[in-house]
Design a protein around this ligand. Structure first.
Ligand SMILES: O=C[C@H](O)COP(=O)(O)O
Length: 336
């Protein structure tokens, strides 16, 4: 990510700002309404696909390449991490992909951007990706810093980052200290994230704001700005464990903060919605948001990711429907 990396800046309280709720809500409505431009497949009586819009499959494929395919469960093990890596390398079934005009076997550009696992599973993910010659094409990301709550001592959180990096993670998804944000202690939050940036070394820093626990969109904007000033290469909405995760209004506020930060500093920071992104339509809505607010060039893995554990299933189903004209049976896909 050297092209887009963010070294951060001095803490500048003048960069904290105000959020206009009306304008956020209006924009959210307009983004949702644009989904109609990408109609879903509907079964037709002759069994043929009636997905008229050819752009939808293209957007779905694009979204596949932007996924951090994630497993963050207490029972994660070598076996499901291995399956995750294999799925990341070949996310779409061979016949579907070939029907859409892509090579399956060699150098297929259709793979996810990264896999995302707990620190204890990083080494396994690295080994599997190396074995299938996809390490580097697919990055290994790890959550760290007491994910998801972040309620462990700073030294333990920093040690966790170093452990994940030593084991081969090249992207670290940290969680912010929500009490500092809720108390408006922005400089203290900046300092803490700054130490995490240092601990990452050359690994890229993704900063999870856990927006569902930040109470207000104003706090979301300020936390975004503080994370970027402290050197976040990405700002990420959620852990997937809060009761409210990635929402469009939050995405609008974060995208605006990214734009404002770029305007002030010249640095481009990535956006990562995560948590509850489950359907192709959810994903397309985020692509529309990014294209409208940040520009088409933001839609690449260096600047945009989805954090998702359960999004691929619907995407694969919709592409299958598009090329075959029928709904797949449950057994036709190995993993959702
Ligand atoms: O960082 C990624 C999230 O934990 C994934 O959340 P999800 O399981 O709701 O897709």
């Amino acid at each position: 990510m050297t092209e887009h990396g963010n070294p951060g800046t001095e803490f500048d309280p003048a960069l904290l700002g105000n959020v206009n709720l009306n304008s956020v809500n209006q924009l959210a409505k307009s983004i949702s309404s644009k989904l109609d431009l990408f109609p879903e497949w509907v079964p037709s009586p002759d069994g043929k696909s009636s997905m008229k819009d050819k752009h939808r499959p293209a957007w779905i494929l694009k979204a596949v390449t932007l996924i951090d395919l994630t497993t963050l469960a207490g029972d994660d093990s070598l076996s499901n991490v291995s399956r995750l890596c294999l799925k990341a390398a070949r996310p779409i079934a061979k016949d579907v992909l070939e029907e859409l005009g892509f090579d399956y076997e060699d150098n297929s550009p259709i793979h996810t951007a990264a896999v995302c696992v707990y620190p204890n599973r990083v080494q396994e993910a690295v080994d599997v990706l190396k074995k299938i010659k996809m390490l580097g094409k697919i990055n290994v990301a790890s959550v760290a810093t007491g994910f998801p709550a972040g309620q462990t001592p700073l030294n333990a959180r920093l040690a966790e980052i170093r452990y994940a990096v030593e084991n081969g993670a090249t992207e670290i998804d940290i969680v912010i200290n929500r009490p500092l944000a809720l108390a408006g202690k922005w400089k203290a939050l900046y300092d803490e994230i700054g130490t995490m940036k240092e601990a990452c070394g050359t690994a890229h820093l993704k900063t999870i704001l856990a927006t569902g626990e930040l109470d207000t969109l104003q706090n979301v904007y300020n936390a975004s700005m503080v994370a970027m000033m402290a050197g976040a290469d990405f700002i990420k909405t959620s852990t997937g464990k809060e009761s409210v995760n990635a929402t469009i209004p939050v995405g609008i506020v974060m995208a605006r903060a990214i734009k404002d930060y770029q305007h002030k500093t010249g640095y481009k920071v990535g956006l990562k919605p995560a948590g509850g992104v489950r359907t192709a339509s959810d994903a397309i809505q985020w692509l529309i948001l990014v294209k409208d607010l940040l520009g088409h060039h933001w839609l690449n893995p260096a600047l945009f990711r989805f954090g998702a554990s359960g999004l691929l299933g619907d995407m694969e189903t919709q592409l299958y429907q598009y090329v075959t004209g029928r709904t797949p049976s449950g057994y036709e896909f190995t993993m959702g």
